[in-house]
Design a protein around this ligand. Structure first.
Ligand SMILES: NC(=O)c1ccc[n+]([C@@H]2O[C@H](COP(=O)([O-])OP(=O)(O)OC[C@H]3O[C@@H](n4cnc5c(N)ncnc54)[C@H](OP(=O)(O)O)[C@@H]3O)[C@@H](O)[C@H]2O)c1
Length: 249
């Protein structure tokens, strides 16, 4: 378990804040008591409506997970952050028997895995300086089981989950809680493009789930129907093997 963490009156930063799950996290956090959200974006023009609605409670900030310099300069400019939500990610369809899968793997490893490392490296000192805070990583049910059409995405999300586990131990030393989030199909562009819109559930489940999981001191969140079914089978292993006290590994 983690220490319980309440988002009330905290300052958050969300990558991929302009659409999909990231945007819903921004809106939900602002409605549920977060003081301010830095909107991590590739295109600073993409959130005019959020700026209009929330005024000085949102601050757009340039973050491209594939460009380390943008992450370093975001961390230098967002020194008051208490919660980092590394939400941005990409999915490329590629079966493992297609030659394109090699390029797809490399691109997804860069954004979904190296991007996570870059975010953690840049923001760990900021969270530490602010008393510890929380680092939330958007992984997937695909971190635990592969799907042929998304084999390289699943490989990148498995790697990101592995890194998340290590970060939980490392960052416990500075009092930062780390939460690994594992949605099934969620109604966004990503799920649409993957042909999963028929079974996708609302992104609010992820956003509300993160708030509750942080409050309860959970290390894992499986927020929707398909994810919860997987968690039923996985929970015993996770509790005994993965969720051992942070810092003891
Ligand atoms: N939707 C699902 O079914 C599902 C299920 C499990 C896990 N997840 C995970 O949840 C997270 C959010 O997914 P989503 O469904 O909301 O995806 P989405 O609708 O495709 O949105 C992706 C977001 O990531 C941003 N992004 C893409 N590449 C980036 C980069 N290089 N640097 C910074 N930002 C970048 C996009 O910004 P632009 O607008 O600039 O492209 C966009 O804001 C991802 O990590 C995904 O793997 C999603």
């Amino acid at each position: 378990m983690n220490s319980p963490f309440d988002i009330d009156y905290k300052v958050a930063l969300v990558t991929g804040a302009n659409r999909g799950i990231g945007r819903t996290i921004v809106e939900t956090f602002l409605e549920r008591g977060v003081r301010k959200v830095y909107l991590g974006l590739r295109n600073l023009e993409s959130v005019a409506d959020l700026e209009q609605q929330y005024a000085d409670r949102v601050t757009p900030i340039h973050i491209d997970l594939s460009r380390p310099s943008t992450i370093i300069s975001a961390a230098a400019n967002a020194q008051d952050v208490d919660i980092v939500i590394n939400n941005a990610g990409i999915l490329k369809n590629a079966s493992p028997l297609q030659p394109e899968s090699i390029d797809a793997l490399e691109t997804q490893m860069d954004i979904n895995v190296a991007g996570l490392l870059r975010m953690a490296q840049a923001f760990a000192p900021v969270l530490k300086a602010n008393g510890g805070g929380a680092f939330v990583q958007l992984n997937s049910i695909a971190s635990l089981r592969s799907f042929p059409a998304f084999a390289t995405y699943a490989a990148s999300k498995a790697a990101a989950y592995s890194i998340t586990q290590a970060l939980r131990h490392e960052m416990a030393e500075q009092n930062t809680v780390v939460l690994s989030v594992h949605p099934g199909p969620i109604a966004t562009d990503m799920a649409n493009n993957a042909g999963l819109s028929d079974i996708a559930e609302p992104p609010g489940l992820v956003a509300e789930g993160i708030i509750e999981a942080l409050k309860k001191g959970e290390c894992h969140l499986f927020p929707d129907t398909m994810a919860r079914e997987l968690w039923q089978e996985y929970e015993s292993f996770a509790r005994k093997v993965i969720e051992i006290e942070a810092g003891t590994a």
